[in-house]
Design a protein around this ligand. Structure first.
Ligand code: HPA
Length: 271
């Protein structure tokens, strides 16, 4: 693992020089954010040694290096998910490589189902905590003291200053945002209504199939983490509707302009 990460970092350094300030991973249907970058270097995932290929719909599979609001960013158009069959180690490989390159801030975006009764499709939720209900942890395995301690603290996983910056950005853009707790299920089947009722009792506000493994790894490696969720659908059982992946992508397409405005302003606000 260490050797593979080193090989990837060498490639990234060769392609992009010093590590960018922040990395952003764009969830389902949000790939267009990368177009806002200046002085872009676009690298298909297939050209990056050891980088896992994303097979999920709505995920282009490119790393875009460039600048926005005077900040250098690494933007991932698409991520790999545990449900695609990758091991947890593979799922978080990009985070490992970006962290080892020297990226200090990790911003995750994702599509979610809304569990809390106050949420509707199109709402934006900033995460302040999560519940790992995937039944697996990306840090399981041999100790890697060069990257993280054996038992990383998770008390301050979602950086409060970044959360405040995201809230300022939302206010400046006139976008209503709420705070929430993300509960991660492994997928790929959507949850059952009973599972959603359970998730609500456990304290989940929104539900998804990504983000948590990346966030655990980024936090363990000492990166500051921020996560922005967009509600694509009412979680299972909350309406009579059946859930589909197409519906998720359709809702994300509708919300994409707003989310992209929020992200752009976020990087102006970010210190
Ligand atoms: N459940 C899990 N993941 C999701 C959902 C959902 O309802 N919507 C978008 N991603």
């Amino acid at each position: 693992m260490k050797k593979r990460v080193e090989e990837t970092v060498e490639f990234l350094r060769h392609s992009g020089g010093e590590a960018p300030e922040a990395a952003v991973v764009l969830g389902s249907g949000l790939g267009a954010f990368a177009e806002a970058l200046e002085d872009k270097i676009v690298i298909p995932y297939g050209e990056i040694p050891n980088w896992p290929a994303s097979t999920a719909p709505g995920h282009a599979g490119r790393l875009v290096l460039g600048s926005l609001s005077g900040k250098r960013l690494a933007v991932m158009q698409g991520r790999v998910h545990y449900y695609e069959g990758y091991s947890m180690e593979e799922v978080v490989f990009p985070v490992r490589a970006l962290g080892a390159w020297g990226v200090k801030t990790y911003v995750a975006t994702n599509a979610v189902g809304g569990i809390d009764h106050s949420l509707s499709p199109g709402d934006v939720v900033l995460l302040y905590d999560h519940i790992n209900w995937m039944g697996a942890n990306p840090l399981r395995g041999p100790d890697t003291p060069e990257w993280n301690s054996r038992f990383p603290d998770m008390t301050h996983t979602y950086d409060r200053k970044l959360l405040a910056a995201a809230e300022r950005a939302a206010e400046a853009e006139g976008i209503l945002v709420k705070r929430g707790v993300y509960i991660a299920f492994p997928g790929p089947s959507f949850e059952t209504p009973a599972e959603i009722r359970m998730a609500r009792i456990l304290g989940g506000t929104v539900v998804g199939m990504s983000t948590v493994p990346e966030v655990i790894t980024a936090n363990a490696m000492g990166m500051r983490v921020c996560a922005v969720s967009c509600v694509a659908n009412y979680a299972a059982g909350m309406t009579e509707n059946r859930l589909t992946g197409e519906e998720v992508l359709e809702e994300m397409a509708k919300a994409s302009d707003r989310l992209i405005r929020l992200l752009k302003r976020f990087f102006t606000e970010m210190e």
